[in-house]
Design a protein around this ligand. Sequence first.
Ligand code: SAH
Length: 402
Amino acid sequence: MSRGAADRGDPPGSEGGPDGAPGGGQTPLADLLLRRVATTGPLTVAEFMAEALLHPAHGYYTTRDPLGTTGDFTTAPEITQMFGELVGLALAQAWLDQGRPAPFALAELGPGRGTLMADLLRATDAVPGFRDASSVTLVEASPPLRAAQAERVAGARWVDRAEALPEGRPLFLVANEFLDALPIRQFVRDGAGWRERMVAAESGRIAFALGPPARLDALETRLDDTAEGEMVELCPPLPAIVGEIARRIAAHGGCALLVDYGGWRSRGDTLQAVRAHAPAGPLDAPGAADLTAHVDFEAVARAARAAGAEAWGPEPQGEWLMRLGLGPRTEALARALPAGPRRDSHLDAARRLTEPARMGTVFKALALTAPGAPPPAGFSGRAPASGPDDPTTRPSPGRPPA
Ligand code: SAH
């Protein structure tokens, strides 16, 4: 199971409404959080998510490698080597289009097991000058995953945060399923204000509760397009992280390819937990289950532009990968495999990444460049100005026929 809702066959957030059913209490972190709630009061969902994922002793990512068949979920680069190859070649194409700047920083946010970067480096070996001009920086908070990355990516350096990415040279960056792990806050519309969904205690277990109604500057524009009782989400760390990348690219050139699942403009409860390849309640096992939320690509594009960069897309992953050449690459690799289970699973991997009912539509790619740079490979146009319409549902003249 991947983390995209479409691939798990159930609607996101189906595990509990805003008023919340009783949740956990059965992990060491749940006990710690219960004590914290008792002394300092309810936590925002973002505070809960940050602890659940990155608590130094009990956090989900700090304590394990969650990927693959023995882990909790899988991701596009773990499904097929073709994902990292095509993403790498798209990045190398942007480098060629921008006049082969050297030296440049090659970076990844949240590289997981390092599989995407390893596939990217292998594929771009065929692009003269690319590897020699690059130095690899991996942004990773998890010690076990840093160790896994070190086994697959030679010569990389690691930093904790996007703020520590190299400055003063072009930045070519990729991130797959990183932004969906950033903590979100959730708000329920209440008249002309909002009630924040909090994590509190109920009968000795952590449970959702709603805070008091309040006006909120950040959500003032959402009063126009939401109904009473509707939920919207904000991702507080996202603008700064996207801004760090966009600022570097606007100043020195480069390209960021951000791939994740989500939509254009947050709407509804998208917080979801996955454990052992099955959906779980978001509060059931803090620290022992993966927690994610849909990425709001409108917020990504807005943050990028505020920092001076151009935003492209978002493009549905399936269409984007097909434009990058997934079809011929799938066929070429299939020809090298004898008929049988390995060939079947290779062919199914390509379908899994592209079919609309699987990962092809809910996953999207958004690119950042400096203003005036050519469009990155596979992108049919600039991201629209902020607005409620989902650009990925609009036909665009540059697209090949289906
Ligand atoms: N990109 C990989 C892994 C996705 S899982 C893949 O596609 O397979 C999310 C990754 O982001 C993990 O490597 C996790 O440890 C990392 N991560 C999550 N939150 C982070 C944060 N705040 N800072 C740095 N890394 C983070």
